[in-house]
Design a protein around this ligand. Sequence first.
Ligand SMILES: [Ca+2]
Ligand SMILES: [Ca+2]
Length: 298
Amino acid sequence: MSYAQYSQEPAPVRQNNIVALVMTVSLVKNSTGWLQYLLGFLLVAVLGMDSPAQSVTDFRSAQNDSAGEIYSNDFNGPPGSVYAGWTSSPITYASATNPPGRGVLPPPIVTNAEVTNGTQRFLGEFGGPRIGRPGDPGYNRTRVDQTVSLTLTNLPPHSALRLTFDLLVLKSWDGNSPTYGPDCWTLSVAGGSVLLDTTFSNNPKVAREGSDQNYPQLHAMPRTGAARTNSLGYKFFGDSIYPLAFTFPHSSSTLKLDFHSSLFEGKGLADESWGLDNVRLMIAPHSPQGALGTKPSD
Ligand SMILES: [Ca+2]
Ligand SMILES: [Ca+2]
């Protein structure tokens, strides 16, 4: 969790810290004495200091270097298109009472879709179907989990990656509500770090239903950090678009990113759902070797 908080880039200072951290680790690994360790430590301090704070949107619009881009997708094909590399896990659900009880549904095919007002196409909708029937003892009281993954292979050599995308939070997400949530969303590198582990809310009834959210910090008001709200035409509690960006150490030629939701209450996509758009992956601009000029003998 703490890792996620400093690797995520609404605060680019943190991003530089993590790049610097990679540099430090690289130095320490090859260190023959405390001097090199100290050099690495100072580097962290310097890089951390001179990074101006920028908002999410500022930071992204400032990025015009398409050099190093290794994946990009705006999912603007005809609705129902499938995209290479994108898959879904089976959908699991769990209710304390039976039916529906617990179960596993086959993985749905991952496609794009169009938002209600037709202004945007995106990958989705995700979150899981309606579980059970009205009248079931556990109906509306069921947790549903889905992981949507992007798998990329044959990546060029790199030591850190930068991922940016828009997260579409659609309809009645309830954030930290003890009655209708929590509605959780996580992003992680398979076999690696958790980049974000949080809750989102479009439910304004915070006083009555406890529906604040943990993005971008604990108990933030619903929709905090969203670049746009209610711009996609969804009538039921509206919609929020969060531009997210992460830089993380990574060197394998294969990358699997897991985008995961864990939603309560199990009423299906018409009730609460999510999607992705404008996914971009780049080799992080400050590669440790390049920045440090590591000697060949190292
Ligand atoms: Ca799009
Ligand atoms: Ca909910």
